[in-house]
Ligand binder design. Sequence first.
Ligand SMILES: Nc1ncnc2c1ncn2[C@@H]1O[C@H](COP(=O)(O)OP(=O)(O)O)[C@@H](O)[C@H]1O
Ligand SMILES: [Mg+2]
Length: 405
Amino acid sequence: MSENQKNKKRVIILFGGRAAEHSISCISAGSVLRAIDRDRFEPIPVAITKEGQWVLPDVDPRNWNLGDGAMPEVNMTDESRPIMIDMAKGADGFFALLPGDNKAGSAAIGIGVLGDMTAGDVEDTDCEWLGHIDAVFPVLHGEYGEDGAVQGLLETIGVPYVGCGILASAVCMDKHFTKILLRAAGIPVTLGVTFDARLFDQASHFKENADEIFSAVAAVGLRYPLFVKPAWGGSSIGVTKVERQEDLVAALYAAYPYSWRILVEQGIDGREIECAVLSTNPLAEPRTAWPGEIVLDHKQSEGDEFYDFDAKYTDSSASHVEVPAKLPPKMLQKIRDVAVRAFSAVDGVGLMRVDTFVQEDGTVLVNELNTMPGFTSISMYPKAWAASGIDYQTVITELIDSVAR
Ligand SMILES: Nc1ncnc2c1ncn2[C@@H]1O[C@H](COP(=O)(O)OP(=O)(O)O)[C@@H](O)[C@H]1O
Ligand SMILES: [Mg+2]
């Protein structure tokens, strides 16, 4: 190892994952790997397949881009090298097996069944130590990555990591509980009602439960259009705008594959303004970037469209971001204040994107909190910082420097 390499912080860039946003995470990680300051850091890309296997990928994530057509995906192949973690060794406990060692389970990797181990088996175990890991950057979106699960694993083995801890990650992954904490902190959120769809009749696609659903919606005073969404979801997957009562039950059923807890919310006629928060010193007030706006460029029919999956990722002409949002300075400041309060209300650490609806009368409603916001170089989070004087590479550097040891 050269002297130069020794001084670099070694950071696992963890990406992919078991969630529906696997591909988005791959693209975010590709951007991070392109931008990271290689004079200061030695990034080690580690991918998680959709099945949950951790591997050194056999592809270079830097080649992945949004708009390339096919969405990237990491699979276990003959070339990929499975990762093993020795829990007790903590930050020194990461190992990579040789390619192909994944084929036949424990026998192939030279690890005998406990009690059946011979010296030969141990020597056959071609497992390479990844060296000391100074930090992990979980560039993971959605379940098992952004929800406190990976954070809990890293806490357990004692490896520092970028971003929110277990509590904030878990709370923000669930839109129902996010709203409870925000409301308790006096931060306005969208009116709505939450259902436990496990209690509904699957066989009838919830049709049997229609009356009870309609009356619960009426009881809180919701008026159409409504938005139906899974409590833990992302990228607008499973989200439906519902214009008429006849379509409500089908929308709940459509959200159910993603989460049994389902929110039905008042449709808000407002602008979607997002505020990036960066906090690299727990003793200082979190910093906020200029709030940015998602502007939808082609609405097929007025009022019919929202910021859905295609607008976010597959159709680059569908929307663009504007930073700062075209709002009066006082309004921008109000949104930044709300963002700081929301970040603190859920015990945020490191980074967060606070998504709001800003209504005509100046009301700022917090819609959701993202603890690992889209992180490609063209995503709102890095773009908002760039427009506020902190470039993408510096954001990455600050986030890692604040935790690495
Ligand atoms: N209550 C609502 N009123 C109006 N639009 C909404 C509402 N809830 C969600 N949306 C629209 O749906 C999109 C996705 O919903 P969101 O709550 O942000 O979930 P996700 O985690 O999938 O991004 C939002 O960006 C917005 O365009
Ligand atoms: Mg959103």
